[in-house]
Write a protein that binds this ligand. Structure first.
Ligand SMILES: C[S@@+](CC[C@H](N)C(=O)[O-])C[C@H]1O[C@@H](n2cnc3c(N)ncnc32)[C@H](O)[C@@H]1O
Length: 218
């Protein structure tokens, strides 16, 4: 199992620190807060849920905080909402490690109950696909409303933030679909635009710089 240290963040919730990548899984200012404010809230989940369906590509699923925040947000406005999540992730050992965590998300029990890379009930269907997301995304043949893009930083993983990867993500989104990411780096935004997105500032949470919300144009 990879070495992961538990770390308490500014909002009292815990995240992990990856020794391999030398980075935390979430913002140290608040792990739960980041999942809610930078991913679940600015991606139209409430509006989609009211209409009945939310489809999310969780690019770098990690310990599932972003997905859990999204499920909570959708079920809060429509308990009968159909939710489809495909999570792309490299590290299979996380499925065991996340059992050490008890974030406040009501739906975290669902994340903990993903068995054999799948969870399915009447309304919620989650599939995890393990491997290098740059490759595994090629085999995804579904369309999504939203992508949560949450790789380690562009400095640490420059290959994840390329125009080519964003083109592959863009191809999986419906027109008008949204990509949310914590990074606002200029070259990241340039690559998003080259891949077919319009970009704007997302919320500033926990640090001065904003996150990024990108919309698939056509
Ligand atoms: C910042 S964390 C993601 C946190 C996650 N979104 C959450 O809410 O818990 C980055 C994740 O990317 C994964 N990762 C790193 N390289 C990857 C790759 N090439 N393909 C897929 N996942 C990768 C890491 O294992 C880690 O779980």
């Amino acid at each position: 199992m990879k070495q992961l240290k538990k770390l308490k963040t500014g909002d009292g919730s815990f995240t992990f620190v990856s020794e391999e990548f030398g980075e935390t899984y979430h913002s140290v200012s608040g792990a739960e807060e980041e999942a809610i404010k930078k991913y679940a809230e600015p991606t139209n989940i409430v509006e989609l849920a009211k209409k009945g369906t939310v489809r999310i590509l969780d690019f770098c699923f990690g310990i599932g905080y972003n997905s859990a925040a999204a499920i909570d947000a959708a079920l809060a406005v429509n308990p009968d909402c159909k939710i489809r999540i495909v999570g792309l992730e490299l590290d299979e050992s996380l499925s065991e490690k996340l059992k050490e965590l008890s974030p406040k998300f009501k739906s975290y029990e669902i994340i903990k109950n993903i068995k054999n890379n799948n969870y399915k009930n009447e309304n919620i269907h989650i599939s995890l696909v393990f491997g290098d997301a740059k490759q595994t995304i090629q085999d995804i043949s579904e369309e999504f409303d939203i992508c949560f893009f949450d790789a380690f930083s562009p400095k640490t993983q420059p290959d994840m933030w390329s125009e080519e990867v964003f083109k592959d993500v863009c191809a999986k989104l419906k027109v008008g679909g949204l990509l949310a990411t914590y990074s606002c780096a200029t070259h990241v935004r340039i690559n998003l635009v080259r891949a077919g997105f319009d970009v704007k500032d997302g919320p500033c949470i926990g640090r001065r710089a904003p996150s990024t919300i990108a919309t698939k144009l056509f």
